[in-house]
Design a protein around this ligand. Structure first.
Ligand SMILES: Nc1ncnc2c1ncn2[C@@H]1O[C@H](COP(=O)(O)OP(=O)(O)OP(=O)(O)O)[C@@H](O)[C@H]1O
Ligand SMILES: [Mg+2]
Length: 506
């Protein structure tokens, strides 16, 4: 009915505008793999020879990169200011407490009562052992011991902070965090691997799972929605590895992304129109590049009266609409049965009368079902996948379907992809830790066996400032009438679309 599905696939172009980029979903033999996500795949526009020479120079010259600094030993970020002496005292008192207290009975109490009970006993132990501590030190010690017995021990101060994106524990002695896109070593540590393992156990038992030598890999969720993965010995050699993707209480919005310069205001406007015009969208990006965040932002443009079904491995999305059904996959139980895969969920969705289907992450044969859904009246469906460029996203989608055992010729799969996906949005985490939307790309159609795409916006790296921050800008490629124009018109958004594209081209 709309856009490329009925049109000839090409939008109107400005004078001197670049031609659509043909994309082969599978790289051809001998062809180099694309590497730099920030490079536009559009040819350079040439208006006069001097300018042409300048532009060629710009393309050929690599962005100015400062020479690498000599390696310095990594200093841990101080999260807790505790001395060795403090840890020894705490360990002493903790052991005495565990000998005294009945943990079974403690578990029956509510958290407030349990803290009071522990407080009374700890004060008694301090008095009996004649430990000299100020009131403030005593309070700090009590808080830490309560965290160890009732909560997540040394992780508590990290879990309380909303500026941390990830917590990565590599055995008892090493805890890293990611703040503002940068991974930093902290001085937080566990008493030993068995304390760490107990805490992992406590986390996963809350969602009815278990982690031990017989099932050493486990996914779980904290009560606040944070996503957790544990892998323990014998698979993890230097002690249990615990990874937590912190759940942001205040999810980022498209306005936040504009504020952080992840996208230009005009780019954000075009994304809002893409969302509201029910384009089928694929969000592509590397690990931690901001795919789920971007998907969440895109869902903000869904109308309130649409029935939306979300399928995720661990529910991370926070849709604000009233009519949303949230589904989550289930891993197999200890006997290896009872697994519900993403494919099962997506297929079941189709029997639930959805208007839009949102798939948290496409990583297997569910790609086929999602494309079918997009192609059969569930316009405005969305999903994310791991890929470094829009072009790679298309070939990953194709290989997921091929590897899913569908016996389809490559051309048929590509035709299916072209008939389903309208727009690919590429997210990237740059080397300075900042996150950027590097491409907004349309899938136009096929030319022979080749999928044709057209970039609407690209992010171009221009260099680096004195602090190592990457400098760059979002550039419109000058497309005045994208292939989803008819859709935008149907939803009454063509005026806004034209205005945003004009503003971006200036
Ligand atoms: N544009 C942005 N600017 C700043 N921080 C961001 C931006 N986008 C995402 N983040 C933060 O980065 C972290 C990772 O984001 P997100 O979970 O969306 O990544 P992802 O690509 O889905 O990761 P994964 O591959 O692990 O699923 C989150 O803490 C999020 O708040
Ligand atoms: Mg994600």
């Amino acid at each position: 009915m709309f856009g490329k599905r009925d049109s000839d696939g090409g939008g109107l172009k400005r004078k001197g505008q670049a031609a659509p980029t043909p994309v082969q979903t599978a790289p051809q033999p001998g062809e180099p793999e694309p590497t730099a996500p920030q490079q536009s795949s559009q040819p350079v526009r040439v208006e006069n020879p001097a300018q042409a020479a300048e532009q060629v120079k710009k393309v050929v010259e690599a962005p100015k990169v400062r020479p690498p600094k000599p390696q310095e030993p990594v200093k841990p970020v101080v999260v807790e200011t505790r001395s060795e002496e403090y840890y020894r005292t705490k360990s002493n008192i903790y052991n005495a407490l565990i000998d005294t207290i009945d943990l079974g009975q403690l578990a029956q109490l509510d958290p407030g009562e349990a803290r009071e009970e522990i407080g009374d006993i700890v004060r008694e132990i301090i008095a009996i052992k004649n430990v000299v501590l100020s009131i403030a030190e005593q309070e700090k010690l009590l808080q830490d011991i309560c965290n160890d017995v009732l909560g997540y021990g040394p992780l508590e101060p990290l879990l309380e902070r909303d500026d941390i994106a990830d917590i990565m524990v590599n055995g008892a002695g090493q805890v890293f965090i990611e703040v503002e896109g940068k991974v930093q070593l902290t001085n937080v540590r566990f008493r030993d691997n068995s304390q760490l393992m107990n805490i992992c156990q406590r986390i996963v038992s809350q969602v009815g799972r278990r982690v031990d030598e017989s099932s050493p890999i486990c996914d779980a969720r904290l009560a606040d929605g944070s996503r957790v993965n544990v892998i323990s010995n014998p698979l993890s050699i230097d002690g249990p590895a615990l990874t937590i993707r912190k759940f942001k209480k205040d999810k980022l919005t498209m306005n936040n992304l504009v504020e952080f310069k992840s996208i230009s205001p005009e780019g954000a406007k075009v994304l809002s129109i893409i969302g509201a015009s029910r384009c089928n969208v694929l969000i592509s990006g590397g690990t931690g590049s901001g795919k789920t965040t971007l998907l969440n932002c895109m869902t903000a443009f869904i109308e309130e009266d649409e029935r939306v079904i979300t399928c995720e491995d661990a529910a991370e999305l926070q849709l604000q609409q009233p009519h949303v059904v949230r589904l989550e996959t289930r891993p197999p139980n200890l006997e290896g049965s009872g697994e519900i895969t993403m494919r099962d969920l997506v297929r079941n969705c189709l029997r639930m009368r959805p208007e839009r289907i949102i798939v948290g992450e496409v990583r297997g044969p569910e790609a086929f079902d999602l494309l079918q859904a997009m192609n059969t009246g569930h316009d405005g469906s969305m999903g994310t996948l791991h890929a470094n460029t829009p072009r790679e996203a298309l070939s990953r989608l194709e290989s997921m379907i091929t590897m899913g055992g569908f016996n389809l010729p490559s051309r048929t799969i590509r035709e299916m992809i072209c008939g389903s996906i309208d727009v690919i949005i590429q997210a990237a985490r740059l080397r300075d830790g900042s996150r950027r939307i590097t491409h907004i790309t349309e899938v136009l159609g096929m030319e022979g066996d080749v999928v044709i795409t057209q970039d609407l916006f690209v992010y171009e790296v221009e260099g680096e400032d004195a602090d190592g921050k990457i400098l760059g800008r979002h550039k419109s490629t000058g497309i005045a009438r994208p292939a989803f124009w008819d859709r935008a018109r149907y939803y009454g958004r063509e005026g806004e679309l034209a205005a945003a594209l004009d503003a971006a081209a200036d």
